[in-house]
Design a protein around this ligand. Structure first.
Ligand SMILES: [Fe+2]
Length: 396
């Protein structure tokens, strides 16, 4: 007999602190973990923002011994990880605190891997290859989107191979995530837009992917619940947070929405759109969230026929009254909702951020890299390399 519910595991950080001002408790949390020699990994671009200075100053006042690594500018590369690892070792550190967007959090995870496992970071590419926990990691996001603070994934940009690769292991789940919406207030509108669309992509792709826990049937999985609520929160608040960064209610709702989206994709994975987005980052340095935002409506359009009921749920989470529509028509409404949101928060077309001739030079390699990255293989409609090429051209 086929079981109605399949078993699945749900990974989360050991603990999570949420709310405006929660980052002020960092020193207490470090002491609770039982460490007193810390390495802070901070995105280069935000090092001197008042909110970040305040965190560092408060650690000094509370007598926490810390060194700072702020070498990561856009995305972590093997060079950053080696620099960070030697700083960690030279200063005899015990734990990591990452403050910033996904880059600094992924960098801290990568440094943790090299500290505990050694070798070259590319040796650890893939799923479940790590053999032990990395040093304790507290992750404090300053954007509302990547979800790296609660995920078991680190994405590294390998400049030698010109590709972004994924290390996926339960040992990478941070010890603690501190979700403080006050830290997102200073995000400029363009970063609010791209990180918010990254989170929306996590929720939608996590909802439709063919990985466990989505493989069960007959009963909802935990990720179904987190995904729909994430979409509802992001759909209702991203425009407001983009238009007025000081709107703390919208910022808090976005923080919660991105957290639920991260809980979703961290457990059920992403799909085609992330596969299309990664090579845009590796070849043209398009920021991850922006690349997802650009490709999301095209990925949805391609996938629509395979799971129209799920896309109907997406339309409903956007607040559309589609109960009486057939699933295929309701699914089209979901895609319209995403397109309208992209327009309203000024997401550009692919042709505006990438030179067309340059794209044509590498378009097939990009499609192949994207396919091989794995996530398109769990898309409800399996794409070919040619179809992925086609999707890049449509997005121009
Ligand atoms: Fe993402």
């Amino acid at each position: 007999m086929i079981p109605l519910i399949k078993q699945y595991r749900f990974n989360m950080p050991r603990s999570l602190l949420f709310g405006p001002g929660s980052a002020d408790k960092l020193d207490e949390e470090i002491r609770q973990i039982g460490c007193d020699r810390v390495m802070l990994v901070i995105d280069k671009g935000i090092r001197h923002l008042p909110a970040i200075e305040r965190i560092a100053q408060s650690l000094t006042e509370k007598g926490i011994d810390y060194v700072v690594y702020d070498g990561v500018d856009t995305e972590p590369t093997h060079v950053h990880l080696e620099e960070g690892t030697s700083l960690f070792r030279k200063n005899d550190r015990q734990m990591l605190v990452a403050v910033g967007g996904g880059s600094s959090i992924d960098a801290a995870k990568g440094i943790g891997i090299l500290v505990t496992h050694g070798g070259d970071i590319a040796d650890w590419e893939g799923r479940d290859r790590l053999t032990k926990r990395i040093p304790p990691l507290i992750a404090i996001p300053t954007t509302a989107g990547t979800g790296s603070e609660i995920s078991r994934v680190s994405v590294i940009n390998d400049l030698r191979r010109k590709l972004k690769f994924i290390i996926n292991s339960t040992f990478l789940c941070p010890e603690l995530a501190i979700e403080d919406p006050l830290l997102t207030v200073s995000m400029p509108p363009s970063v609010t837009a791209s990180s918010g669309m990254d989170a929306l992509t996590h929720a939608i792709e996590g909802y439709i992917s063919k990985r466990p826990p989505n493989l069960g049937f007959g009963v909802e999985s935990l990720t179904d619940v987190t995904a729909r609520e994430a979409i509802r929160l992001i759909a209702g608040n991203l425009r407001k947070a983009w238009a007025n960064g000081e709107d703390l209610e919208a910022r808090s709702n976005m923080m919660l929405g991105q957290l639920l989206a991260a809980m979703t994709f961290s457990n059920s994975g992403t799909a085609l759109v992330h596969g299309l987005a990664r090579p845009l980052g590796a070849y043209f340095h398009v920021p991850h969230g922006l690349a997802n935002a650009i490709m999301l409506p095209y990925g949805m359009e391609f996938t629509l026929q395979a799971c129209p009921e799920k896309f109907k749920d997406v339309a409903m989470a956007f607040g559309e009254f589609v109960d009486d529509l057939p699933a295929e028509r309701a699914a089209c409404v979901a895609i319209d909702c995403v397109r309208r949101l992209c327009q309203d928060i000024q997401i550009p077309r692919l042709g505006e951020v990438v030179n067309r001739e340059d794209l044509e030079q590498v378009i097939e390699t990009m499609a192949r890299d994207g396919y091989e990255s794995g996530t398109p293989k769990v898309n409800p409609r399996l794409p070919t390399i040619e179809q992925m090429v086609d999707l890049y051209r449509k997005a121009l």
